[in-house]
Design a protein around this ligand. Sequence first.
Ligand SMILES: [Fe+2]
Length: 294
Amino acid sequence: MIGVKKIAYASYEMPDVDQQAEYYTDILGLTVTGKEKDAVFLASTIDHHSVVLRKGDHSKCARIGFQLGQDADLDAFEKQVQVQGIKTVRKKDPEPSIADAITFADPKGTVMEVFKREEFSGQRYPNKGVVPHKLGHVAFYTKDAKQMTKFYCDVLGFRVSDWMGDFFSFLRCGPDHHTINLMTAEEDRHFHTAFELRDWAHLQTACDYLSLNGFKMLWGPGRHGIGHNLFAYHRSPNGLITELFAELDKMNEELGYFEPRPWHRDRPQRPKVWTPDPSAANLWGPGPSDEMRH
Ligand SMILES: [Fe+2]
């Protein structure tokens, strides 16, 4: 099957776009790469944009962009989606740097936008803010993580990296341990959006910089069990949670296990179902604050 190869961008709606754009530029250190009447485009990589902000009556992640491989056939991908009984819409020039996209909704209504990247636009190294390597993953609460996981695997070609119990899945579309997370909950909504940093030193600098600018940690820094990434969570101005992470597990698909790390408890570390105990969430101890759940 034709699978998506990476997350390209996450697109959000919120009441105050200017305030959130200021957070992404001044605090996270992304670059504004475009502005339209109702949208701000921000980036940190070779992609034209990694984040899109649009006005809406409440804060949510409305759409996610996924990139196909250079040799993938977009028409064949569209047929592959339609065979699953899903209605697709073809969009020409939907956003800057994207010429042709297949769009459709996942079962909770988040719009998937799948395309081939033909135009690159490298951003210069910004001189302020956290400046992450890249957009890493988006996590959602959903009424049925099992059903939603099946959708991402069957329609977009994701693979399951790990489950926590039967209610929290970690899905990959490339070497990174997870690009999409799905946790069963009472309602469908955004959980967090994560950006990759270089290493522990970068995470420390980021935590100090966030603190100096009035942002408190909701959870962490710590080291997750599942995925084994260093993590620190804070709330962004629009109310949605941002995670900063480093040292996420990397899958070697040919060998079927994650690249070995000294902090792994399984040797080798293979995809599995984790018992939902506290160390699956944080090997260093403390669990999430109550504020994480709002
Ligand atoms: Fe995460």
